[in-house]
Design a protein around this ligand. Structure first.
Ligand code: FES
Length: 153
């Protein structure tokens, strides 16, 4: 199979990998770029653990080909904090205990950031609907919702 050079702009830095064109964005991040914050839960678009932002919109990175995201801005959990300063959504998750085991948390937080940025945090019901693709086995849902409602300000 042919290997291609795929150039990805992740958290503001352009990095090139050599991979087959079929490599997913999730595998590109985790296996090639060593950015393991994005988690592989189901690898089939059903759990949301792999959620990242592409040009500000959330995507399941397990369902996205890396090659299709060339030239776009990819944001992962590693890119949210500014130095020691947490992103307001990260701070809100901490304050409200929006996680237990933490496995789904990176995906939850990226989805939550998109929820607010895209104007879907108008009510608890709206937040729950938007976040329904991000599963949490520990059922921290009420705390996650509370964190998002606070972070939207
Ligand atoms: Fe992508 Fe579950 S790993 S949705």
């Amino acid at each position: 199979e042919g290997v291609s050079t795929i150039s990805l702009k992740v958290n503001g830095t352009v990095r090139a990998i050599r991979a087959e064109p079929r490599v997913t964005l999730l595998d590109a991040l985790r296996e090639y770029l060593d950015l393991t914050g994005s988690k592989k839960g189901c690898d089939h678009g059903q759990c949301g653990a792999c959620t990242v932002l592409v040009d500000g919109r959330r995507v399941n990175s397990c369902l996205t080909l890396a090659i299709m995201t060339q030239g776009k801005e990819i944001t992962t959990i590693e890119g949210l904090a500014k130095g020691d300063e947490l992103h307001p959504m990260q701070a809100a998750f901490l304050k409200h205990d929006g996680f237990q085991c933490g496995y789904c948390t990176p995906g939850q937080i990226l989805s939550a950031v998109a929820c607010v940025q895209e104007g879907h945090a108008g009510s608890e019901a709206e937040v729950r609907e938007w976040m329904s693709g991000n599963l949490c086995r520990c059922s921290a849902y009420p705390n996650i919702t509370a964190a998002i409602l606070e972070a939207k300000g």
